[in-house]
Design a protein around this ligand. Sequence first.
Ligand code: NAD
Length: 694
Amino acid sequence: MTAHYVRDGAVAVVTLDNPPVNGMGHSTRVAIADGLAKAAADPAIRAIVLMGANGLFSGGADIREFNTPKALEKPTLRDLIAMCEASPKPVVAAIEGNCMGGGLELALGCHYRVASPKAWVALPEVRLGLLPGAGGTQRLPRAIGVERALEMIVTGDPVLADKLSGSLIGQVITGDWLEGVVGYARNVARDDSRPRVRDRPATAPDDPGYFAAARAKAAKGSQNLPAPQRCIDAVEAATTKAFDEGLAYERELFLALMNSPESRGLRHAFFSERAAARIPDVPSDTPVRTIRRIAVVGAGTMGGGIAMSFVNAGFPVTILETQQAALDRGMVVIRANYESAVKRGKLTPERLEQRMALLTPTLSYDAIADADLVVEAVFEEMGVKEAVFRKLDEVMKPGALLATNTSTLDVDQIAAATQRPRDVIGMHYFSPANVMRLLEVVRGRETAKDVLATVMQLAKKTGKTAVVSGVCDGFIGNRMLKQYKAQASALVEEGASPQQVDRAMEAFGMAMGPFRVGDLAGNDIGWAIRKRLYAEDPATRKQPIGDRLCEMGRFGQKTGAGWYRYEPGKREALPDPAVDAVIDAVRSEMGIKPRAIEDREIVERCVYALVNEAAHILEEGVARRASDIDTVYLTGYGFPRHRGGPLFYADRVGLANVIASMKQFAATTGADASFWKPAARLARLAGEDKTFNP
Ligand code: NAD
């Protein structure tokens, strides 16, 4: 049963009970409809309460039913809402915990709504490129006013129900929940009116430019995506059309959005992230190790950010350094980061002190010996890492997890420095580690399953999106990034400017173009890696422009110049004639006659470079699923979410079309023909007319 029916005197209480979030799947909808019918048929019942078990009303649609025929089976959510509205006995929605999406739409169809003091309501459909499709856009403006409703529907942000007391919410129940709710229902049953939200007016704001301004604002904030615009269209319709016409219009807009590429991309992104948490050979009931105390080795850029991400989730963290000065510097940076959050109003001064109190700086390994997890973030040198892990092996208590944040080194070799390689794992954070959501969890050859399960769970607790990667140079994300950057550089050699490449990729939707990213992160890191590769293999393709800029000390923002120049203290990337001169010089040395390059070619070459490398990564089993790779790019590399990730994007283009373009690039870019050889996985899927994401 996914909803229960209980009688409390003259009040029927129908409780949604479909863990974890009382999603309104088909069986729940049937159970609610049954409850409503039973209450209607019982002459002793005077009022009906709809509420939720598990501490919340409902999270909305049951996502397990998404894209299945069950989602469309009767009774639909719209049928249930119509039943509530038409009920001759008053229906009260009792909102506790979360009341989201379809849950709120159902509540809006009830005659009355009460809430617990800590209940949250939201219509978050826009985040999946949709709009509330069961009357939410028509009823919410009537319930709470057009401006507030528009804000909620266009942003999808949750609002404390208490703040909507007097409009959406008839009463906030402070005493005993069930008693209060049933008492309220008994009271309203004395009244013959059956107030319906649909009968209230939705009055447009006086400002005649209101909706135009809202559209412009939404376009700017969303890369001009269709869903926020259609949300506004629907809310505006609530002010101009009769209720049923507005409802029909909302439905029409909803169905159109359902089929939009943007919504497909956003839904893919959503489901991919969830899927990433599941590891086929590590079932969800795998026992995990208890993590109470955490240690971080190295208080530099990454160590500091990693420590903050644990502290923010309430874990006590001990940070270890070898030098007092480095330790002090690390602690100062952490405090400064929190202070800036206080200045921006994101953190209270009390919270700042609480967080700092969770941090213990130390120079001694003894102080970390009983940590349950230690994350190493020292210099990126194998010798240094091996020495640290030998020491950790010596001092750490048995069963402690030993993690490395290396970005390029072999996790298996690091594990081999210990007598307990089963406890060793990679936790590859992204900078700034306290902000970036992505965590690549690197599963070594010997990493134990419970170690992996523990880290996946911990990632979730600290607000990270974890994706499992096998061991290889660069893991999933940076290995692909290398090919992307190589294309960006080649495009500049051939005739594009860094500005054009950045503009084209940003117009595609990347948070930042590749050269602006380079300047932000520091071009010296890539340069150091390239120099090593040139030395190891003289056949490595050079990136002469980037190399020359680094030789000139142009490392990016931190040196005031890189692919762009920067005014002191500012972050705006300004074109620099000195860079143009370097580009011209390199082109003439290479005998290249620059050609005009279209933005479309820029986007295709950069994205297909990602796609082809991703296909290798899949084929080698470094990533388990195409959707894991998409998640890496969406959460760690600024790939536009509405495009669903590089592989989802390629699927939509059609893999045969991707290969056709690659062949053309091989022909036109001559020297780099080998770059465009389709990876086996890509060629096979294209040949079978299949896609990366099934
Ligand atoms: P960093 O130079 O800012 O910090 C390294 C810190 O480690 C320094 O404070 C140093 O004093 C300390 N240290 C060195 N040897 C030590 C030892 N034996 N014991 C204790 N402390 C020691 O470097 P970072 O950018 O924070 O990088 C650290 C690690 O994280 C590297 O492995 C790097 O590849 C990886 N990483 C970096 C980034 C990034 O964007 N910077 C991203 C992901 C991963």
